[in-house]
Design a protein around this ligand. Structure first.
Ligand code: GLA
Length: 508
């Protein structure tokens, strides 16, 4: 009874301070990359101290997250306890230390019974300490008794137990949400989990574990390239913890940081903050680049050009049709290139004003090209007089509802497709649709809509929630005549009888 009362009292206190979860990507530090399971009280507290002293807190870093390795085991009644050699003052003491700095504290668990550390790091104490059969008990402990504000839930045990990830994560998240409001929840499932995760989780991993190499960084960028439709305020594709200051060159570290910011990933530093070089500190605290990541619109950059290993990425700032955009040129080659920016592809026209966010300097008006070092990036904040209203919407940037369900809509490369990518296997099932949620037109009116599919018979088209009944009669000269309203329109396409591939849609 006493324990219940205590947990209620703490719960109320927590409620008042932790009511609102931030809607921009989470920023902080996590213990895994640098320490794996070899963490302890002093290490974590020192990281919190360093987050303040380094100026990281001032530029937005907030969370100090304990990853795998703190577990001690479970008592007979199931109560979880920590490793008392590593954490002699208990886990609440660590959270208290973090909170004293005005920071937030993160903790880690596992969807199944056994942690990843118990498998990959031979951590025997990681056996039986996952959330399996202890969901509510552990939530009370983490959030009400210990006072943590963030939970990452891993999947090694869940995978071994062959659990259904949607069902399992959904029930865990229900316990978390019922225990305390405002907890940031991260799904650690090593690939995009499925569209079910979007309304219930704050972020989800989209790849296997990161390493401190340019190859690993490029691999994760590629994995995330066509997941932009699933990110938005309060829910983000997590590209994994940062490897800044852990062995790559300065140029590579800057490219890594830039792309995580462009792609609206959570920014969790993974280096030892207490012993970082000035160079690393300067990269991690570049406020102009961080501002791109923390833009309130929460839009993930799209790659609008990808030729000869040089990629052009665009992230609209403020809103999707904004005249202010972050533009990154990412050079995956070893040699530097002089790159001419295609402003039409960026979607901007008229007078162009650009600022280089690593050099911290304004560039000459109407800049045409930039010099990009090998494995490096140039990132600009650009403002223009006008925008180019898009006509083509690539299917690979559409919202594929069944993405990741077996045999349902999947993004696939195709040399003949307009963006060299298309979506295959859409249709046949009611939920296996593709949607273009931001088809923009400047005026109300009747427009030509081209949909790059062959068989119209059986196709279902929904515009702004309204099902267009007679598609065949709308089709004239290969296009459909449809009414669109000024601003953003939602166009959803499906087929009741068969699966189909889609390359793009076009609105004129
Ligand atoms: C998995 C996760 C990592 C880390 C370890 C801990 O590999 O992907 O981020 O949490 O488990 O064991």
């Amino acid at each position: 009874m006493k324990r219940i009362l205590l947990s209620l009292a703490l719960g109320v206190a927590a409620f008042t301070t932790q009511a609102q979860a931030p809607l921009t990507p989470t920023m902080g530090w996590s213990s895994w990359n640098n320490y794996r399971i070899h963490i302890d009280h002093d290490i974590i507290c020192k990281q919190a101290d360093a987050m303040v002293e380094s100026g990281m807190k001032d530029v937005g870093y907030q969370f100090v997250n304990i990853d795998d390795g703190y577990f001690g085991g479970r008592m007979e009644d199931g109560t979880l306890f920590c490793d008392s050699t590593k954490f002699p003052h208990g886990m609440k003491a660590v959270a208290d230390h973090i909170h004293k700095h005005g920071l937030k504290a993160g903790i880690y668990s596992e969807a199944g019974a056994n942690t990843c550390g118990s498998i990959w790091d031979n951590d025997k104490k990681g056996i039986g300490v996952g959330l399996w059969n202890h969901e509510q008990m552990d939530c009370d402990l983490f959030f009400n008794l210990w006072g943590y504000d963030f939970l990452k839930v891993d999947w090694c045990g869940g995978k071994t137990q062959a659990l259904d990830e949607e069902i399992r994560y959904s029930e865990i998240i229900e316990h978390v949400r019922a225990t305390r409001k405002g907890i940031i929840f991260n799904i650690c499932r090593w690939e995009f989990p499925g569209t079910w995760a979007i309304p219930i989780a704050d972020s989800w991993r989209i790849s296997g574990d990161i390493g401190p190499t340019f190859k690993s960084i490029s691999h994760i960028i590629e994995k995330n390239a066509y997941l932009a439709a699933y990110a938005g305020p309060g829910h983000y594709n997590d590209m994994d913890m940062l490897q800044i200051g852990r062995g790559m060159s300065k140029i590579e570290d800057e490219a890594h940081f830039t792309m995580w910011c462009m792609m609206a990933s959570p920014l969790m530093a993974g280096n030892d903050l207490d012993a970082m070089s000035e160079e690393t500190r300067v990269i991690l605290t570049n406020e102009e680049v961080i501002a791109i990541n923390q833009d309130k619109a929460g839009i993930q950059a799209e790659r609008v050009k990808n030729e000869n290993g040089v990629q052009l990425w665009v992230k609209p700032l403020g809103d999707r049709m904004s005249r202010t955009r972050a533009v990154a040129v990412f050079n995956t080659n070893e040699n530097s290139v002089n790159y001419t920016i295609d402003w039409n592809k960026v979607g901007l026209k008229g007078d162009i004003k650009a600022r280089d966010l690593w050099k911290h300097e304004d560039l000459a008006d109407n800049i045409k090209s930039v010099e990009v070092p090998g494995h490096g990036v140039v990132v600009l904040k650009v403002s223009a007089d006008g925008i180019v209203i898009p006509e083509v919407y690539e299917a690979e940037y559409g919202f594929v509802n069944g993405l990741k369900k077996k045999d349902w809509g999947t993004v696939k490369s195709d040399g003949n497709a307009s963006g060299k990518m298309k979506v295959v296997n859409i249709g046949k099932y009611a939920d296996n649709w593709i949607e273009f949620p931001h088809v923009y037109v400047a005026k109300n009116g009747n427009y030509d809509l081209t949909i790059s599919i062959e068989t119209v018979e059986g196709m279902t088209l929904t515009i702004n929630g309204e099902l267009i009944k007679d598609i065949s009669s709308l089709r004239k000269d290969g296009t459909l005549k449809v009414d669109l309203k000024k601003g953003f329109n939602k166009i959803r396409i499906n087929h009741s009888a068969q699966t189909f591939s889609l390359d793009y849609i076009k609105v004129k």
